[in-house]
Design a protein around this ligand. Structure first.
Ligand code: ADP
Ligand code: MG
Length: 218
């Protein structure tokens, strides 16, 4: 469960990025966050995993009071959350396999469980055959699949996606959407930020519309 109560966020000296946001995202649900560029979608996601701090209000994620978590304890929050970005953020000097395994190293997994779970995650996105490739040799859609495998490998309760199809063609975007739907069917809560209305219309999930930092109520 993700809960926001009267959350405000303004970046230094700027117009507000989020204004009085109150939301409830149920466990195991799939929700889109939509709105024009600059509406506050990325900021909303960044607050949920403690990447940015907010000014006032309260955010609860898996029972944790995000605003109260000290910097050195943020890993306790983040181990429940996988994040996928528009630009993939893969390490160019590591193989596909190493990119995914790296996310497990970070949480101190044993090497046996790392090999096993990394293989599993790569199979689930259909890229096990390319495990020894350099990510830079893959197409954009394949690179995003690697990034999704990396987000899935620790089996997080929550998957946050920030414009994951922003650099991809429409047909590839739908394939990427399917992977998030698959994760959701396996029980993960998915929060999918996109300004792509086609995608939102294509799938029949609830959506949160942001406009200049405000939630638009229908
Ligand atoms: N790091 C930052 N520093 C200052 N302003 C920012 C920063 N990130 C976002 N903003 C501003 O916050 C608002 C919301 O941005 P953002 O959350 O990125 O929107 P979206 O993801 O919907 O495009 C915009 O006005 C943007 O310019
Ligand atoms: Mg954004």
């Amino acid at each position: 469960m993700i809960q926001l109560y009267n959350v405000f966020k303004t970046y230094d000296g700027n117009i507000p990025a989020l204004v009085d946001i109150s939301l409830l995202i149920k466990e195991q649900s799939f929700v889109f966050v939509t709105g024009a560029s600059g509406a506050g979608k990325s900021t909303l996601l960044k607050l949920l995993f403690g990447w940015e701090r907010f000014d006032s209000g309260q955010i609860l994620v898996k029972g944790m009071n995000v605003g109260k978590i000290k910097k050195e304890k943020l890993y306790l929050l983040r181990r429940h959350i996988g994040v996928v970005f528009q630009d993939y953020k893969l390490l160019p000097n590591k193989t596909v396999f190493e990119n995914v395994a790296f996310a497990m190293e970070a949480i101190g997994a044993s090497s046996r469980s790392m090999r096993y779970k990394t293989s599993d995650a790569l199979k689930s996105v259909g890229l096990f055959k390319k495990r020894d490739s350099n990510p830079m040799q893959l197409s954009g859609g394949e690179q995003q699949r690697v990034a999704i495998a990396r987000a899935l490998v620790n089996n997080p309760a929550i998957l946050l996606a920030d414009e994951p199809t922003g650099n991809l063609d429409p047909d590839i975007s739908l394939e990427i959407l399917k992977l998030f739907e698959m994760a959701n069917q396996q029980g993960m809560t998915v929060v999918f930020a996109t300004h792509n209305h086609e995608l939102v219309r294509h799938a029949n999930y609830p959506f949160i519309i942001l406009d200049k930092g405000n939630v638009v109520r229908p």
